[in-house]
Ligand binder design. Structure first.
Ligand SMILES: [Zn+2]
Length: 466
């Protein structure tokens, strides 16, 4: 491991001594998950969580802890039913995916395995009028991550009438996840467990065609939600900002303990120790944000960016801590900012911390609305380890017992130290990208394939007058 002299040793020792001897992070996690439940948009637990986060920020001594309200299209789960009509009659347990419209459709099952671009291309002419089923597994031949919404959008664009998302992990039930953002989706989407998905696959193999009927009863309606915002003012350049944030909403079938609460409590913990030990040492303002409604389309983060247009050029860096205290390594994944890599490697050497620094892009968490505006962004994680899948994430089993205190501590320790250094670095080498630079990145990056598919889906919305 590389070493480097540490000018912040005194701050580091105090902050880390506190993090590693306090129970606050785990206490906060338990409160968010066990007391408030999923915190999904529209629930009582969401309101309780929002009040709790503001109180915590205030209690830790942050300035201007407040709520930023916005309206959006919320989603309310209804009963979902999946029936086999032919060649046997049977009802299969299932759940709707967020933003599924209320609908009743029927069609023949078309199983497209992992739902990679090749799977869709191979059977492209057979998709129209069918109910497409894909698994949650990543297509093994691809080096990039294929998100559920890419699989769903490909189905919609090819003319499918329904979508079944089959969990590929045994014993975890169905896996949820939204199929649209901030509006009703075009065709119904449901999820089944691996075991029931395999049942359907076997039935199709043994008997040929399988006819299914999907009935959904979900509702999409206007709601209000809130981002929770607080800050530690910079002592020398208060107008310049470093943002750290995580969403606080989980999926409605789950406690959302790893995703996202393990990240939200790292935001709180970093706020707590920076306020306590490094408040006077921060050159630039550090702003802490709990974003709402990430799970159904990054809605809180999109609203935040919309409301703070005049500040975006003054954001030095936005670090997204979604799920930061979970199983992933506690490094930093930069969203294509090569100039920051050597700088953060030196920071890691100075901290004598395991903090892999790498580059990757993803359109699927709260950094993305900032990324689209050209703001320098990154996420806690590890760019070197290929993404495998969510495991218990997005299932009913993302519960408090899955989160390790050691992971919360390591994440909080790395975050508070990195944020102090980012806020104080004298020769920050990057600034906001121009819209042209952002467009070039969007067009050239295979990880952002979803953006091209979204355009095709957008056209369908317009054609259908939705
Ligand atoms: Zn998340």
């Amino acid at each position: 491991m590389r070493r480097r002299e540490n000018p912040y040793l005194n701050y580091d020792q105090q902050m880390l001594g506190d993090i590693y001897t306090a129970g606050e992070a785990m206490d906060n996690l338990i409160t968010l998950c066990d007391d408030f439940g999923s915190r999904f948009g529209g629930t009582e637990g969401e309101r309780q969580a929002v009040a709790f986060l503001r109180e915590k920020f205030t209690g830790y001594g942050l300035s201007n802890a407040h709520l930023e309200p916005y309206t959006y299209n919320g989603w309310i789960r209804g009963e979902a039913c999946l029936e086999i009509l032919e060649p046997i009659q049977r009802t299969i347990p299932c759940i709707s995916l967020p933003y599924s419209p209320p609908a009743q459709i029927q069609g023949k099952l078309l199983y497209l395995r992992e739902g990679g671009p090749d799977d869709f291309a191979r059977q492209h002419d057979q998709i129209r009028g069918k109910i497409v089923m894909v698994t949650s597994k990543n297509p093994p031949q691809l080096s990039r991550w294929v998100h559920r919404s890419e699989k769903y959008n490909r189905s919609v664009v090819a003319g499918a009438v329904g979508f079944i998302f089959m969990n590929h992990y045994p014993g975890l039930g169905p896996a949820t996840g939204s199929i649209a953002g901030n509006r009703e989706a075009l065709i119904p989407g449901i999820s089944v467990s691996k075991e029931w998905g395999e049942f359907l696959v076997r039935l199709a193999e043994r008997k040929g065609e399988v006819t299914l009927r999907i009935t959904t009863t979900d509702k999409t309606e206007p709601m209000q939600s809130w981002n929770v915002v607080a800050e530690l003012p910079g002592q020398r350049y208060p107008d310049e900002l470093v943002i750290i944030g995580s969403h606080y909403d989980g999926h409605d079938i789950s406690q959302g303990a790893e995703d996202p609460a393990s990240g939200m409590v790292v935001v709180l913990e970093a706020a707590r120790v920076l306020a306590k030990y490094a408040r006077e040492a921060l050159d630039r303002t550090v702003r802490f944000i709990g974003f709402g409604n990430e799970e159904i389309g990054l809605i809180g983060a999109r609203e935040y960016v919309k409301a703070h247009q005049d500040e975006l050029s003054r954001i030095r860096f936005m670090l997204n801590l979604d799920s930061a205290g979970g199983r992933k390594r506690k490094g930093i994944v930069l969203n294509q900012w090569p100039e920051l890599e050597p700088l953060l490697q030196e920071v890691a050497a100075e901290m004598v911390a395991e903090m892999p620094i790498g580059q990757q892009t993803s359109a699927f968490s709260d950094h993305f609305p900032f990324f689209l505006e050209g703001v320098p962004t990154g996420m806690m994680g590890d760019a070197e380890t290929p993404r495998e899948g969510r495991g218990f994430g997005h299932t009913a089993f993302d519960t408090v017992d899955k989160v390790l205190l050691s992971n919360l501590r390591e994440a909080a320790a790395n975050v508070c130290r990195v944020v102090l250094r980012i806020a104080n670095h004298a020769a920050w080498p990057v600034k906001r990208r121009s819209p042209e630079q952002v467009r070039t990145l969007l067009e050239s990056d295979a990880n952002l394939e979803i953006m091209r598919l979204r355009e095709a889906v957008e056209k369908l919305y317009q054609e259908r007058g939705k």
